[in-house]
Design a binder for this molecule. Structure first.
Ligand SMILES: [Zn+2]
Length: 130
């Protein structure tokens, strides 16, 4: 039975650096995962979960992340960023009556944003930051 090891954060980031040194852009999260796992493979096989890899890529500062989303009719308040786990900021607007109204949410770290109708991420494009 094949067994997999979980690489440390440091090893994943080093691997990302190598993968991105040979290509400018990786146009899906699954592809990035495959490239990193292939890069890490030696005597042992490694496994990196896609959400973990995405967050490490964002935190490493090595990539610019483009987030493609699909609109949904779901209206619900959001607290955490679905992309990177950061706390979201409310986007508000003043009303003519002097109060504020929430228009949506945005993330300061990864630039995800949504209106009150939820935008659900469907694809991530990683581009090497120059
Ligand atoms: Zn975020």
């Amino acid at each position: 039975m094949p067994s997999y090891r979980i690489p440390s954060d440091h090893r994943v980031v080093e691997s990302l650096r190598r993968v991105l040194s040979t290509r400018q852009m990786v146009d899906s999260q699954r592809k990035l995962k495959q490239l990193v796992e292939k890069d890490l493979k030696g005597d042992d096989k490694f496994r990196v979960g896609e959400p973990r890899l995405r967050i490490l890529a964002i935190e490493s500062g090595l990539v610019n992340l483009e987030i493609r989303c699909r609109d949904t009719p779901v209206m619900r308040s959001l607290i955490m960023c679905p992309v990177c786990g950061n706390r979201l900021r409310k986007v508000r607007n003043m009303t003519v009556f002097g109060g504020t109204v929430t228009l949506g949410y945005r993330c300061e770290r990864c630039k995800y944003w949504t209106g009150l109708k939820r935008r659900v991420p469907t694809r991530y494009i990683f581009t090497r930051r120059s």
